[in-house]
Write a protein that binds this ligand. Structure first.
Ligand SMILES: Cc1cc2nc3c(=O)[nH]c(=O)nc-3n(C[C@H](O)[C@H](O)[C@H](O)COP(=O)(O)O)c2cc1C
Length: 440
């Protein structure tokens, strides 16, 4: 166990993608791609650059939200998105070392399907698959329901769902396959174990009919931040994504999650907590600032503010707030969607009294932190978070593709490596081994 929460864990770096037409909001800049939703080679090329940068994993965000008014997303790269595991399966073939983490909700899937899908990706990629467990911020209306499933119920289902998936992965022992042409024995039946699970939400007989996983089992990621979300993260999350933007809040969050994990009997050294970070980097401060201003000229500010208001369920459309007055939020009704993001942004607005412009310059559309600076200043910040127990690494949210990806790999990665925060070669072709998280 970690004695002090300030003790350094191996630094982990993830790359966040939406699986959509572009990544980041500066898609109108002439140099950025707008067709990654139809041109697979864009993802192939991004991943090749990230592998050169020795990223541990890419992570594909996903949701299945209904869109009652499509005009609201007419100026935003939100539609269309690849099915995450289909895209990752193709990337498994074009890449060799980077981890491939896909999102699948426990609210609109069945454990058997997900266990099989992730196991198949793990085999296909030679041991690089991960599953980002979400309860989904919305989507009931696309799955025979009148509205989204209640937050608490979603998390209760998620707990059982993940347990069943993990147990399904163990139903066939890796040495069960004999494949002996001479004797005619294909399988050692004593090494195959039906599950016969009968729970509150699921009945699953098993065993899992899927290629045996290489990582035994694939890595499980999660991003819980509300009460039930943190409990789930602490119980099953090996990588935990968060949106903390303040170092003290980051330390508190990490310490809280690790304490809870220990209470679940887990070893807290085997958890990687990765806050999101959207960097804009250049070789000098003034160039970085100019790049940021250039980036802002391509944003549809009203649309970004509307998107953030919706995503964080602020109950007020920030885009309609007067330019020159600090934003005030009075009674914000608690959401059933994204409880933690709502409280994070609402608390920040109430504490700092920002104008709309301040909000735009602090957060991305999804409420993650923007950081503008040189490789040294950005790495200073990352290092401080890592050294003082606020993070085990970061989930990088590029503000544009391909420039944001290229900039980070060309400028920030060498600085991380020079300071020995990051390795300069992969330790393995297996995600779990690269993260140094032993099988569970
Ligand atoms: C980096 C990051 C990525 C996330 N990706 C997804 C996603 O792909 N799909 C989704 O429905 N929710 C996603 N979420 C939301 C979480 O699953 C979760 O709903 C959120 O952290 C709120 O947790 P809470 O329900 O505990 O408040 C993500 C959150 C973070 C911080």
């Amino acid at each position: 166990m970690i004695r002090s929460r300030k003790e350094r864990t191996p630094f982990a770096l993830g790359a966040y993608f939406t699986g959509g037409a572009t990544n980041g909001d500066a898609w109108r800049a002439p140099e950025e791609d707008t067709d990654a939703d139809i041109e697979f080679q864009r993802y192939r090329d991004y991943v090749a650059v990230l592998e050169k940068g020795r990223f541990d994993a890419i992570f594909l965000y996903d949701n299945v939200l209904p869109i009652p008014d499509p005009s609201l997303i007419a100026r935003t790269p939100m539609l269309a998105r690849w099915d995450t595991f289909t895209l990752l399966a193709a990337l498994a073939v074009t890449s060799s070392h980077i981890g491939l983490i896909g999102t699948a909700s426990t609210t609109f899937n069945e454990p058997y399907n997900i266990a099989r899908r992730v196991a198949s990706l793990d085999r296909l990629s030679g041991g690089r698959a991960g599953w980002n467990v979400v309860t989904a911020t919305g989507g009931g209306e696309n799955f025979n329901l009148a509205s989204h499933v209640d937050h608490e119920l979603r998390y209760e289902r998620a707990q059982e769902f993940v347990d069943v998936v993990k147990r399904l992965w163990k139903t066939v022992e890796p040495d069960a396959f004999i494949r002996d042409k001479r004797s005619g024995e294909w399988l050692n039946a004593t090494h195959v174990h039906p599950l016969n699970h009968k729970g509150r939400f699921f009945q699953v007989a098993g065993p899992l009919n899927a290629p045996p996983t290489i990582q035994r089992p694939p890595v499980v990621a999660q991003a819980g931040a509300s009460g039930p979300g943190k409990e789930l993260a602490a119980r099953i999350g090996e990588i935990i994504y968060t949106a903390e933007y303040d170092i003290n809040a980051g330390r508190d969050y990490r310490s809280d999650i690790l304490d809870r994990a220990v209470r679940f009997g887990r070893d807290d050294r085997h958890i990687r907590i990765l806050p999101g970070l959207a960097p804009i980097v250049a070789l000098t401060e003034s160039e970085a600032k100019a790049k940021f201003e250039h980036y802002l000229t391509y944003l549809d500010k009203a649309d970004i503010l509307r998107g953030l208001s919706f995503y964080a369920s602020l109950g007020t459309d920030l885009s309609e707030w007067p330019d020159d007055r600090p934003v005030e939020l009075h009674c914000v009704e608690e959401t059933n969607s994204h409880k933690s993001r709502q409280s994070l942004i609402v608390d920040w607005i109430r504490k700092t009294h920002p104008t709309k412009e301040d909000i735009l310059r602090t957060f991305t559309r999804g409420g993650h932190r923007l950081l503008v600076g040189t490789p040294a200043s950005i790495v200073d910040e990352m290092e401080e978070w890592h050294q003082t127990g606020a993070a085990d690494g970061f989930n990088i949210m590029f503000t544009s593709s391909p420039s944001g990806i290229n900039d980070f790999v060309e400028m920030v990665i060498p600085e991380l490596q020079r300071r020995k925060i990051m390795r300069s070669s992969y330790a393995s072709r297996n995600l779990r081994e690269n993260l140094r998280i032993p099988p569970t």
